[in-house]
Structure formats: structure tokens, C-alpha cells
Design a protein. Sequence first.
Length: 298
Amino acid sequence: MISKPTATILERPGISQHVDAWADASSTRETIVTIVLAVLFFAAIILGSWLDGGAVKGAPAIALVCSALLILAGAFALLKVLWRILDAVQARLADGGSTSEPPGFHFFFACGIVIFACWFVILLAGFPGFSNYDGISQWNQFTSGEITDHHPVVHTIILSAIISVGRAIVGDFWGGVFLYSLLQGAAIAVLLMWSLRRLSQMGMGRIGIALSTAFYALDPIVGMLALSTTKDSLFSTFVVMLCVLLAQWLKSGIGCSKRRALIIMAAMTCVVCLMRLNALPALVLTAVFFVLLIRKNG
């Protein structure tokens, strides 16, 4: 007598429904945690702005904080919905017989080239570059030898050194600004390419990567900010990298030794703080969750 094969655990009646329910609950928790962390991170940034010299003025503090938190929570919820839509579209394409492998390095290199090429057009349109009053103030500090911490000292030195090289080559201050905008634009394009590749490793498909690339490349505000001498350009880019790295570690595990993870996180944290001092409160909050992450993967 041939015995009937025993059903696996997932094939037994009711088990698969419980698994699906658990997955939905897990996804809901993930969404809630994402929004909560985003709200806390932004609140810490606002606190840092106040500590950095009262950058937020002209409105009651509670109104500013509540408005900012509501807007940010809504933005992250919308981002989550968009991510789900992109995943659904990708899954539908895969069901239709399209079995594509995860994109390799050359795909992301092409994304970086597209981003920088579009920014180069913006640079030519705004020739010789985009120098705001902070950049000019930093240049004046550098040339006078009286560098203060009103602006990030490291950024002041890097900016002024590159402008000095361009000025020596062309013989004009704006030649130095053009050189700085060119180099910074290329650097940010590479760093965004790194972030997109990390997002791909987390599960974002080609459609999501393509839409992100199009946003970075075609939004004129993003392009002008990437080419500007303001410290916020590099600061924002490093914050994106830090958030993407933490998200990947939370999703997939650290993937390296604790010592190496600590070195990487310490280096990225220092770089972010060197670009803006008001990042310190937010990064203290980040450090708490990083310690919990290390213990979870211990």
C-alpha cells in the first residue's frame, strides 16, 4: 500500500494563511518603524538647527515642529506606497516571462554618467558655476587667514583649496568656482550611484532605480544644489548614504565583522558631522539604533 505523502508545514490548511498574515503584519510594523524613525531623525535635525544658532525663526516653535513632522511623516508614507507600487509592477513584469538578473556595476555606472551629464548641462547654463554667499564668506575667511567655525572648517579648507587651484590655472575666482562645481558634481554623482546600488541589493528593481536616476538627473533644483558651493550639498549626500547603509544593515544584516561595521559607521558619522555641526543630535539618535543593530547581529 502506497502511503500518501505528508503535506509540508506550509501546505497544511490554515498555515499558509497565518504565514501571509504574519508577513502583512511584519510589513505594517516596518512601515510604522520607518515613519517613527524619520520623525525622530527630523526632530533631531530641527533641534540641531536651534543649537547651531537659531536657524528657525519667525514662527512658534511648536507650530514649526508639528508641521514639519506631519509633512515628513506623510512624505515617508507616500514613499512607502510608491515603493510598493514599483515592486508590484516589477513582479507583474516578472510573471509575464521577463527574468532579468540584478543589474551589475556597469548599469549603475551608466546611471552615474547620465546624472552627471545632465548636471553638466545645468553647469553650462549657469556658467561659471553656483556660488552662494556662504561660499564667498568661506573664501574670504581662507584668504584672510581668519578661519572660524561659523562655517564647517573642513569644508572651508576643501572649497577654498580647489578654488585656489582653479584661480591659479585660469587667473580668476570664478574659474575656481567652475572647477569646484565640476568636481563636486562628479563626486556626488558617484556617491548617489553607490546609494542606488545599495538600494538595488535591498530589492529595489530596475524601474525604481531608473526613476530615481531620472529624478536626480532631471530635477533642476537637485542639479543646482549638487553644483553649488554650499556645504549642504555634500552634507545631504552623506546623510543619504548613511541612511541607505543603515537601512540595508537593518534589512539584510551587517554582513561584516562588528569591528569593520563600527569603523565604517564612525567614519561616515564623522564625515557628516564635519559638513554640518547641527547633525550631532541626529547622529546621537542614530548611534543608539546602531548599537541595537550591532547587538541584534551579535
